[in-house]
Ligand binder design. Sequence first.
Ligand code: NAD
Length: 496
Amino acid sequence: MEHTTISLTPEAALKAYDGVNLIGGARKTSAATLAVTNPATGKTLGRAAAADAAETDAAVAAARAAFRGWADLPARDRGKRVAAAGRALGAEAETIARLLAMETGKALRTECRGELTVAADLLEFYGGLGSELKGETVPYNPRMLTMTTREPLGVVAAILPWNVPLVLMMLKIAPALVAGNTVVVKASEEAPFATLQAAEIVAGFLPEGVLNVVCGTGIECGAALTAHPDVAKITFTGSEAAGEIVYAAGAKRIVPVSLELGGKSPMIVCADANLDRVVAGAISGMRFTRQGQSCTAASRIYVHADLMEAFMARIGEELSTLVIGDPLDEATDVGTIISARQKATIDRFVALAEETEGAQVIRSGALPTDPALSPDLFMQPTLIAGLPEDHPCVTDEIFGPVAVVQSWTDYDDVIARANDSRYGLAATVWTTNIATALDATARLEAGYVQVNQNLTIQPNVSYGGFGRSGLGKEASLEAMVEHFTRKKTIVMSFDA
Ligand code: NAD
């Protein structure tokens, strides 16, 4: 299989991807650029392309021109290329993980390396599924052959946020490509460089124009992409507010739209739960090492009153051992918040809690003192207890290292409180009683419900929210077949 391998250090990658889009297999300099900041140092890391409508149109045109040739390849051949790209990405994982840490502020050891592993795994997983794009035969009439086939949709627009850009990109492009679509990725303007580098590696295994990346603002580049008449499908991960706009843009042209939006996921801890597992699960589930910047963060923790005191003591103790510091330092557990804008939003939520009578705001761990770092975007893991259920910190997504901990005594009441949310992305229940576990999994209104654990996205496990958390599923074979193909029914008479 012919391919070009791109191997770049983070410093070389920053130069190579400065102000460029990836269109038709080549780096194309954009007419305008946007500064990208290293959140840990506060210094400019580089400049991202600020694609306008014309540059976005060029990317869609390249994808459209490549579509027929790509769709006409045998599905297994497409899959083999995608799987090989996964292996190549794995070989470059360490340098791309460093670049990702530099642009997102996420810690290299606890977050970025793992993200690269999952991103490569997603390409390999979907790469093996080409032969599963099957149709059905239908027993309609014995004198007619009735069958369904699955066809690619055309050009897919894949819009990404900044928090886990590589995993979220692969969740979209791997199934879309294997199913025979061509893709235009819209990278996050806040973290575009690792996306470009990973995408260029994948594109090296594909015909020109099959995978393209544009960078720019949502309002200009994103809107141009969602409104483009040649885009046949939109898959979006990001905020609820932008999701609404993207959905409306898809509605205007009657094209399918998948949305992965926000969350405020409940974690219900019963009195009989294993406290060791609960404390570890709350820390990993809340994604404190990612500064809580996760859509599935277990950000509403409902602890049975009998365990409340012990839970607060234990989790405070554990959180205080997390090392907050330079994302590239091997000793660091927790890096920074992505941007000053995001930090200001988080600070506003915490200030609201501090103004609330009876609320306790507990910060754990030490902020870094290294003069090479900018102190602005570092933040301690924060727990807030004693809030009313209608407080914005309980009802709204904070997207920062802030979890609310609420006490409960009545099981039916806590299930009702957990479900009293406009979101429905994930939920967990912690109990050693199998009957309680079964009952809670049936009653919790969320797309991803777990018992006694808090796993992240797995390639073969269907993932997606209920309610305002989104529409459609990602990961698993189902996501590829249901969301990146269309079904055709064919009825053939035996009589000519
Ligand atoms: P965001 O909505 O601000 O931006 C996401 C992407 O959409 C960016 O590329 C942005 O440029 C683009 N965009 C913004 N406005 C647009 C428009 N009008 N038209 C087209 N594109 C537009 O989100 P963010 O701040 O980058 O990411 C954080 C959000 O993402 C959080 O709300 C989080 O919950 C959500 N998220 C959800 C999941 C999930 O799987 N459910 C995963 C990660 C993040």
